[in-house]
Design a protein around this ligand. Structure first.
Ligand code: CLF
Ligand code: SF4
Length: 291
């Protein structure tokens, strides 16, 4: 991974996030697993705040948006796909990557995945110019994972229980190692769920750091779906866990839990409809000034 690109990535570099932004393309509606904290009406909870994406885009529509946002705003250095489902489970992700690679090779391509398909799709992703990758890994042990995931669909078969989570954990950890070995900068996201995996995230940190991941992002649970009645972690619990994990791997602390259609600097997001309106108004204003 090119160091200059990483230095301009708002998530991988804390210094960069005041100056550089990203645009997320919601081209991935389907998901191949069910996290117990996710309701499918919302953006992927592993990477996104639960605000519905304005709409799902086709790859061609997404490309129009890349031209409109990244083509006009030099601060946007990264095109990401982070939902609303799992990017690797949707052909639209790969089609969009091919288009971005041809038209905007200078932009960093970033994907966030649950990791189930990572080993299978890694060569294709690297061939399409992937630079940075996030894998959400919430546990090390199957017993814990069973409390976090209700099913996994792999190669057309739906599995539940120990068989399902063993497959998911194996693919996540093997995928992480393979992605690092392929030269990608890899971030691990862990959703902190009090009483279920909070005591295990230090082990995730140790393993991920040992395998060469670049950074760990601990995301506090946003209670939803089966976990709607649970408490989110308290700020001091989150801060303490981040400190302890920092012994093993650099820990990200500036994540904004973005929408799947976010655009601009982190935390400055507008939904896509507002963005379109602003662009139109900007054009009209420019025309009226020129006349
Ligand atoms: Fe998007 Fe994620 Fe890439 Fe960043 S977001 S796919 S790594 S370009 Fe960043 Fe947003 Fe946090 Fe994600 S602040 S939710 S860590
Ligand atoms: Fe939801 Fe993302 Fe989990 Fe899929 S991977 S169930 S979209 S949180």
């Amino acid at each position: 991974m090119d160091r200059d690109r990483l230095a301009k990535h708002p998530c991988f570099s804390k210094q960069a996030h005041h100056k550089y932004g990203r645009v997320h393309m919601p081209v991935a509606p389907a998901c191949n697993i069910q996290c117990r904290y996710c309701t499918r009406k919302f953006d992927c909870a592993n990477e996104s705040r639960p605000g519905v994406t304005s709409r799902v885009l086709t790859p061609s529509e997404a490309m129009e948006r890349v031209r409109a946002v990244a083509g006009r705003d030099g601060r946007v250095t990264v095109v990401g796909v982070a939902g609303p489902g799992d990017p690797l489970a949707n052909r639209g992700t790969y089609e969009l990557m091919g288009m971005v690679q041809r038209e905007f090779p200078e932009l960093t391509m970033c994907i966030s995945t649950n990791g189930l398909l990572l080993v299978d799709r890694l060569d294709e992703l690297v061939g399409l110019g992937l630079d940075t990758l996030t894998v959400t890994i919430n546990s090390v042990y199957p017993d814990t994972a069973e409390r976090l995931y209700s099913w996994v669909r792999y190669k057309g078969k739906v599995a539940r229980g120990p068989e399902a989570v063993r497959l998911l954990l194996k693919n996540q950890w093997l995928g992480l190692r393979a992605a690092v070995n392929a030269g990608l900068a890899v971030k691990v996201n862990s959703v902190m769920v009090p009483g279920i995996n909070d005591a295990e995230i230090e082990q995730v940190a140790e393993l991920a750091g040992g395998l060469g991941a670049t950074t760990l992002n601990i995301i506090p649970l946003i209670p939803n779906a089966e976990f709607a009645g649970m408490d989110a972690p308290k700020a001091d619990e989150l801060a303490g866990l981040r400190l302890r994990c920092g012994l093993y791997i650099p820990v990200m602390s500036h994540c904004r839990q973005c929408r799947a259609d976010a655009a601009g600097l982190l935390g400055e997001d507008k939904d896509m409809e507002t963005e379109t309106l602003m662009a139109l108004m900007g054009e009209e204003y420019a025309c009226s000034v020129a006349m």
